[in-house]
Design a protein. Sequence first.
Length: 223
Amino acid sequence: MGEDVKKGKILIVDDDQSYASILERVLTKNGYDVKISNDGVDGFKQMLELKPDIAIIDWMMPGMSGIELVGKIREHPELKFIYVIMLTARIGTEDKITGLEAGADDFINKPVDFNELIARVRVGFRIKNLQSEVAKLEHEVALLEMARTLGHEINNPLNIIFLALELIKRSLKDNDISKVQENLTRIFQASERIKDIVNKLITLKKPAFKDYVNGKRMLDLDE
């Protein structure tokens, strides 16, 4: 996959329609799928519909300002990972701190240098790609930890069940009913342990972990 993900989705939110159209042409020419919104309220609505990878948002807009829009994006669980570039004529350090605290990822000063715009958009997509790779790795690690937990927690009661069944088989040959009953009780108890483990996994809301071996982790089902 290329460093800037052709046909990545970008939403421009700027009340200056002509300026937004210029930016759209520049970005479209470079292979991106670009949409425009001309105010913060509509911009937020479009983000919910489009789920863009990158949002380019003007700082100064009537109604909902760019800063307010960024705050809403970061508070929304489906939008909070959108990469936000703010368009601004504000170049002071305090203004940039305000933007970063609101949740902006990057800034481009107006008037926009188009080469800089493309460079910053490419950086944004590079970061989005890295986030996707990290999420994939975290998912794979979570699956390994789940498999490790199941193997560790269920292996012991399963072994008890298999051994008890072997003893029942022998006891039936000897007509030793008391031994059959004893091992049926073991099977019942081991089955209850497995059932308890499965119920804990089904109802698990906030996973906790504990050390296993060689620095590996497994789910802590005793929490």
